[in-house]
Design a binder for this molecule. Structure first.
Ligand SMILES: Cc1cc2nc3c(=O)[nH]c(=O)nc-3n(C[C@H](O)[C@H](O)[C@H](O)COP(=O)(O)OP(=O)(O)OC[C@H]3O[C@@H](n4cnc5c(N)ncnc54)[C@H](O)[C@@H]3O)c2cc1C
Length: 302
């Protein structure tokens, strides 16, 4: 019996919510990706721990997925277990007047709306980023001068040995599109935020303004994973791509957005291979044109 079959029996015996051969393109904003052998949705950190422990014990590959807005899965899919936080790990618990804790799968839009309803300021810049709290911590997601590091004070996790723990303040090691979690293979369970009391109508006005700017500038009508590349030292990826004459360049249905060159969009049936081929063309042409090497922001899972 294969270890995946053993794992499936474990999930069944424990009444965990899972699907077999689940199409990953249904769970990513790029609308790209083949099947995951198993797709599991734990409902809390204890289930998350039991499932990841079991995967490790059986040497079954697993991948933690938030809202799938910063990942590019292979067309061949994922030969292992994709563990989704968004479907069930989405509780928000108030701690005190200005602090609250969110499960990893809470979407940033839900957090922003919660902050608005409670007249808490600090999340406005994150409004419109389509990820979850867990995914946002990994890369210190941010926009329009704000980052999740402005409000995240403690991150609770499961470490590589399967132990619960947390990083507080400086330990999270936030910097531009980076945190201690970027490459440490820890699993984020929840995050504690501290914000400031604010004026509800001012918070609302800022959120409305920023979502309007996104709609004006970003190709939100097409599937994508947001900015394809990180902002390089000495320039902006979109401007460099533009200057290299790449606007509208495409491989199959993967295209450099005409509206915003920093986005590779899926115009219909783009595959992972199409996107990766286009990415290589972009990197090569930008390097030739500007001497700058672009680095992917999107995480490729092959
Ligand atoms: C239209 C659009 C606009 C965007 N705008 C912005 C923007 O303005 N600023 C910005 O920073 N980003 C932006 N993004 C990118 C993306 O939304 C963010 O990076 C977001 O934080 C990713 O969250 P997610 O839950 O979708 O993560 P996913 O894509 O699901 O995962 C991303 C990475 O995080 C890991 N991960 C997710 N959850 C956990 C967890 N609980 N524990 C451990 N690892 C985990 C995954 O394994 C993966 O490696 C945009 C994307 C789109 C599609």
């Amino acid at each position: 019996m294969s270890n995946l079959v053993v794992l499936k029996e474990f999930l069944e015996n424990n009444n965990y919510s899972f699907k077999e051969n689940e199409l990953l393109k249904l769970h990513t904003s790029f609308k790209i990706g083949g099947n995951a052998s198993l797709f599991v949705s734990p409902s809390d950190e204890n289930e998350l721990k039991e499932i990841t422990d079991k995967c490790k014990e059986l040497s079954v590959k697993f991948y933690i997925l938030g809202n799938g807005t910063n990942v590019l899965f292979s067309d061949k899919g994922f030969d292992g277990v994709v563990i989704s936080t968004t479907e069930k790990m989405n509780g928000i618990r108030r701690i005190d007047e200005t602090s609250f804790e969110c499960d990893a799968g809470v979407t940033l839009s839900a957090v922003c709306n919660y902050a608005l309803e409670n007249s808490l300021s600090g999340f406005e810049c994150l409004y419109g980023i389509p990820g979850t709290v867990g995914g946002a911590i990994i890369t210190n997601a941010g926009a329009y001068g704000g980052e999740i590091s402005d409000v995240a004070v403690e991150v609770k996790h499961i470490d590589e040995n399967g132990n619960f723990g947390s990083y507080i303040g400086q330990e999270i090691d936030f910097s531009y599109r980076h945190s201690a979690y970027e490459n440490n293979n820890y699993t984020i369970c929840s995050v504690v935020f501290t914000c400031q009391k604010g004026d509800k109508s001012e918070i609302k006005a800022k959120m409305t303004d920023l979502i309007g700017r996104r709609k004006d500038k970003q190709p939100l009508e097409y599937p994508s994973a947001g900015s394809t590349f990180k902002r390089p030292v000495g320039g902006y990826a979109a401007a460099l791509i533009d200057q290299a004459g790449l606007k509208g360049t495409h491989v199959g249905d993967a295209e450099v957005s005409v509206k915003h060159s920093g986005f590779v969009i899926n115009k219909g049936n783009a595959t992972c291979s199409d996107v990766l081929e286009l990415v290589e063309i972009i990197k090569q042409r930008v390097l030739e044109n500007s001497g700058i090497t672009l680095e992917l922001e999107v995480r490729v899972v092959e």
